[in-house]
Design a protein around this ligand. Structure first.
Ligand SMILES: [Zn+2]
Length: 127
């Protein structure tokens, strides 16, 4: 999945009442099964970074250092290794387990996932 999708799912997991550390861990672990599913990945690291940092910044601005923010950060964090200058990947789903690559129309599925997560975050975050 795109890092933006991982960020949204992690943020939504932050609404599950797990606390900050639990939400961070849930987001981090959720990255694994989402990467196993066949999906489309954004090719531009620059655009991916901007979208993810923008989402994390928005969540922090709206909710502060709450479990929603920590869950989102945990969801996004494994993809940080794509920006590092190492050829070897350490997160388990970034190797041979990574899901089959789909075309850019899969972005519509991921947009749906992000919208559902954003709705959940918005609803829980304001209650
Ligand atoms: Zn990943």
């Amino acid at each position: 999945m795109t890092t933006f999708t991982h960020t949204a799912v992690g943020g939504a997991l932050g609404c599950a009442g797990l606390g900050s550390a639990g939400s961070f861990a849930a987001g981090f672990v959720s990255h694994f099964p989402l990467d196993l599913i066949p999906h489309w990945d954004l090719k531009s690291k620059w655009m991916e970074s901007c979208l993810t940092l923008g989402a994390l910044g928005l969540l922090f601005a709206l909710f502060g250092p709450t479990p929603v923010f920590w869950g989102a950060l945990g969801g996004a964090l494994p993809d940080l290794e794509h920006l590092l200058p190492f050829s070897r990947k350490f997160y388990p789903s970034h190797g041979r387990l990574h899901g089959k690559a789909l075309g850019p129309t899969h972005a519509l599925v991921q947009a749906g996932i992000v919208l559902v997560c954003a709705g959940l975050i918005y609803r829980v975050g304001l209650s």
